[in-house]
Design a protein around this ligand. Structure first.
Ligand code: GAP
Length: 434
């Protein structure tokens, strides 16, 4: 395990930015603070993680999970009923001299650039972004960008249950952008104002809620391990009563060891009946479930594993960043699992001679439909290996002049740099085992 620290954090950010994972947003205009765009490699990595998340839910025989894709702008009534309009805020203090605004609950030492700062009393600052729909701006046209994907699930609970004829226990999974006007965003893509979440609301009978809470704790932890994040980087942390969100009866965080220490990666909460009851009361609609076993209408209990997709990208970059020493030079690479790597196979013809390029293209065409490949022809072979290491490509295929004679290529393994000759007609079989 590489020990994470600030210096290492800066290296990871530098590779991520220089190699096309993440760009500063609006950079040609000087950037927009704490906003990021995902480049070609970052967007593939993010998509691969979200696909693994969905695969882990849809291919699990123990549970029944329905996907849903809900709008970012929902009726303001949703946020009133859910409690977000009144409760979703952070305590904000402001220095009266320089007007720096800070979250008073997150900092041990409140500080700004003033020698003798003078802070206001904390006041609650609502984290939701608002905008208006339609041409007029007034209280009736005011709407909010969703601060969590979860509410889209609760307001569709009855739609999904009825149309899918779903029986308890079952879950609904929603993935997409959420927006929070964070007072102190930062630490690269760890905390941003626009980010992506992957949330599951799992509906069950109240008497089964403890069992499902434990089930999800284990399942979600295993999922992070399956991404290749080592156990040393992960732990559970139970919320104490004062930390619990307004809707939660119990919450356990899956924490990750970030370069600056342990912090939240995912929250698993027992939300009880809070949300369904809140929307039922506010909308006046019957959102109960008819329990055919007991012949009565019930409001189900909800267990919520709430993960951050963009935060998982960051955790994976941190956990996968490795350095070793090769010929007295530091080599750095991301040790991404084969299924997650943005480029799985680099194809490197030894020279730009036409016959080598032609063979490299033929090999690429053979692998393309099945794997994410990249042909790289520029610079020395050593530099090209380093570049593929840096972006986390698990294998490189080198096409050399012998390949034209013996129909074999050299496969180099990113992690141990070992090389082996493999027949071109056995390549598909070779990668199949990964
Ligand atoms: N529905 C419950 C909920 O949203 P949360 O703990 O506020 O719970 C869940 O958010 C996850 O979303 C977090 O564990 C984190 O991974 C991610 N997340 C929350 N705020 C974020 C932000 N500002 N930037 C990036 N990710 C964030």
């Amino acid at each position: 395990m590489v020990e994470l620290n600030r210096e290492l954090f800066e290296k990871i950010v530098k590779v991520a930015q220089s190699r096309g994972f993440v760009f500063n947003s609006s950079s040609i205009y000087g950037g927009l603070r704490s906003s990021y765009d995902y480049g070609p490699l970052g967007s593939i990595l993010k998509k691969n993680i979200s696909e693994e998340w969905w695969k882990s839910l849809s291919s699990n025989p123990d549970i029944n999970i329905y996907p849903i894709d809900t709008s970012i702008i929902q009726s303001s009534q949703v946020w009133k009923a859910s409690g977000h309009l009144s409760e979703f805020s952070d305590p904000l203090v402001e220095c009266k001299k320089c007007n720096t605004r800070l979250r008073s609950d997150m900092l041990n030492d409140l500080s700004c650039d003033c020698d003798f700062p003078e802070f206001t009393e904390p006041k609650n600052f609502n984290l939701m972004f608002s905008t208006n729909i339609g041409p007029t701006e007034n209280e009736d046209s005011k709407v909010y960008l969703r601060p969590e994907t979860a509410q889209g699930i609760f307001i569709n609970f009855e739609n999904v249950q009825r149309t899918m004829r779903a029986k308890l226990p079952f879950g609904i999974a929603n993935i997409g952008k959420s927006f929070r006007n964070e007072i102190t965003p930062g630490q690269f893509i760890f905390r941003t104002r626009e980010f992506e979440q992957m949330e599951i609301e799992f509906f069950c009978k109240t008497e089964d809620s403890s069992k499902w809470f434990e089930y999800w704790k284990e399942k979600r932890m295993q999922w992070y391990h399956s991404l290749g994040i080592s156990k040393d980087y992960l732990r559970f942390r139970e919320h104490n009563e004062s930390e619990l969100a307004h809707y939660a009866k119990q919450t356990v965080d899956i924490e990750f060891l970030y370069p600056w220490g342990w912090g939240e990666l995912e929250g698993i909460a027992d939300r009880g009946k809070y949300d369904i009851e809140a929307h039922q009361n506010a909308s006046g609609k019957d959102l109960t479930y008819f329990d055919t076993e007991d012949n009565l209408k019930i409001v189900p209990n909800v267990i919520e594993p709430a993960a951050g997709l963009t935060r998982t990208v960051f955790a994976l970059l941190c956990a996968s960043y490795k350095e070793d020493n090769v010929n007295n030079e530091t080599r750095n690479f991301f040790s991404f699992n084969f299924n997650l790597a943005p480029v799985q196979i680099g194809i490197l013809p030894l020279s730009k001679k036409d016959n080598l390029i032609k063979l490299a293209n033929e090999i690429n065409n053979m692998l393309l439909g099945k794997y994410r490949t990249e042909i790289d022809v520029t610079q020395s072979i050593g530099k090209r290996y380093r570049r593929q290491d840096e972006i986390g490509t698990p294998f490189c295929i080198t096409v050399d002049f012998d390949s034209l004679e013996d129909g074999k290529v050299t496969i180099r393994d990113r992690d141990n740099m070992q090389q082996q000759r493999v027949s071109i007609d056995k390549l598909l079989k070779f990668f199949d085992k990964d």
